[in-house]
Design a protein around this ligand. Structure first.
Ligand SMILES: NC(=O)c1ccc[n+]([C@@H]2O[C@H](COP(=O)([O-])OP(=O)(O)OC[C@H]3O[C@@H](n4cnc5c(N)ncnc54)[C@H](OP(=O)(O)O)[C@@H]3O)[C@@H](O)[C@H]2O)c1
Length: 303
């Protein structure tokens, strides 16, 4: 069987490294990593496992240079992170290069809750991902652009960290809005495994591919943590979703440049407020993947 070349951009990052590893675990896949020159050393472990490393500046290289870095590729996966210059700028350049190189599929760095359910202004990071998606709709040519949506990362740094829904040090769960509203969570590794499958899938894929480890309400998430850790949490009622909107507006006005003051609250709003809910979870497309549950994750990480 001939090998498929899958190109990964952003493999020195948290999710990108998992995606590269998930691809390297697959037979008949050749992994080519695009990295900026100063980050080549971060990729030593993936190189040892067989990945080809190509040093290239995604923002300054010509379209010919980018297209040549993509030559022969079946698909291109981006796990890049950054501001508008990366999510819109660099990814648009990559899309054009993919088109020029005849790449079949581009999986951009969407990896979030339902970005298409939010409105402009709800979250600047989400706005950028939708802005890229809009460009991709009109400029993709024959390239299949597939946005993988996975909810929030089931991870101590995200669901149990950044999102602000838990303060495990204090033994608290922090509730805005309805405790029975559901949200979707998926580990980095499961997201990476689904992405690797999508990257090599011969069948046409939809524009949006939703996957999820579990879909749970705030109360169920708390219960899963408590059952798995043996620790109990105090639920602190912070207010309604309207109160949350006001808190976001207040914090943003007070400290516009301090993203950490208000961006996590925006993700909380998107995750538990309904707009970011995934609509058509398609795990069954790749039945060999049995995603990790919240209980399993909490036990494995001994949270
Ligand atoms: N759903 C969720 O809960 C959730 C949570 C977190 C992240 N995410 C999303 O997941 C995706 C990946 O995030 P992550 O946390 O894995 O990112 P990360 O660890 O910050 O890694 C970002 C990657 O982008 C690369 N990069 C940044 N600027 C670049 C540039 N100018 N040129 C070339 N490469 C550049 C970095 O390369 P260097 O090593 O060279 O810096 C790195 O490989 C993003 O779309 C992010 O929004 C989702």
């Amino acid at each position: 069987m001939t090998e498929k070349i899958v190109v990964v951009a952003g493999a020195s990052g948290v999710l990108g490294e998992d995606i590269a590893n998930a691809l390297l675990n697959k037979p008949n896949v050749q992994v080519r990593i695009l990295t900026r020159p100063q980050s080549v050393e971060k990729l030593a472990a993936l190189k040892d496992k067989g990945a080809e490393i190509v040093a290239i500046d995604l923002e300054q290289s010509s379209s010919e240079q980018l297209a040549s870095a993509l030559s022969g590729a079946f698909s291109l996966v981006s796990a890049l992170n950054g501001g508008n210059d990366i999510i819109v700028g660099a990814q648009t350049r990559l899309l054009h290069a993919a088109r020029q190189a005849g790449v079949r599929r581009f999986i951009p760095s969407s990896f979030s809750y339902n970005i298409f359910g939010l409105d402009d202004g709800d979250n600047p990071n989400t706005d950028e991902r939708r802005e890229f998606a809009k460009i991709a709709d009109s400029e993709r040519g024959e390239v299949e652009v597939v946005h993988i949506l996975n909810g929030a990362f089931l991870d101590k740094r995200i669901v149990f960290g950044f999102l602000g829904a838990f303060d495990l040090q204090k033994g608290q769960a922090l509730l805005w809005g309805d405790a029975d509203a559901v949200t979707d969570v998926t580990t980095y590794w499961d997201t990476a495994r689904f992405t690797a499958e999508a990257a090599v899938d011969e069948a046409p894929l939809p524009k949006v591919l939703e996957v999820a480890g579990e879909t749970l309400s705030f109360n169920e998430l708390v219960k899963a943590y408590e059952d798995a850790s043996g620790k109990s949490l105090t639920i602190v009622n912070k207010g309604s979703l309207d109160d949350l909107d006001q808190e976001i507006a207040r914090k943003r006005q007070a400290e516009p440049g301090n993203f950490y003051a208000w961006l996590p609250l925006m993700y909380y709003r998107g995750s538990f407020g309904g707009k970011g809910k995934l609509k058509a979870i398609a795990n069954s497309r790749y039945p060999a993947i049995k995603p990790e549950t919240v209980r399993e994750y909490v036990q494995r990480e001994k949270l």
